[in-house]
Design a protein around this ligand. Sequence first.
Ligand SMILES: [Cu+2]
Length: 146
Amino acid sequence: MRRWVAAAVVGVVAGLTVAATGSAIERAAAGGGRALGPGHVSVDVGIDHSRFSVERLRVRPGTVVRFVVTNDDPIAHELVVGDDDVHARHVAGTEAVHPPVPGEVSVAPGEVGVTVVRFEAPGTVRFACHLPGHLAYGMEGEVVVG
Ligand SMILES: [Cu+2]
């Protein structure tokens, strides 16, 4: 049984902060070829056998993405979205479970977590699971903003 465990939080990427509201949310099942946004979109990210179902997402500048992360594995995972500093901190860190930090959500086995991030500046923003060994196994992806 799935429970909603993580609060939606508002992310900060490239120095911009915007409150995410529920208006006019565009929904995407996966990161297909089409660029999402601008505006509010919701992206379903599944986790199965320690793989994200979405490995590449394209968004236009000014897109607020609500990541809905469903963990179908029997082990915990996380989704961490951010710049190089964010990832370096998690690689070096020992946090097994995150509090609701913008762009970071822990997802227990069989549960669903949500985090909201705004993408503004063109470029590539990485996401990953930094639980021990998971990134090396391939739990990563990227959001291409442009
Ligand atoms: Cu993981």
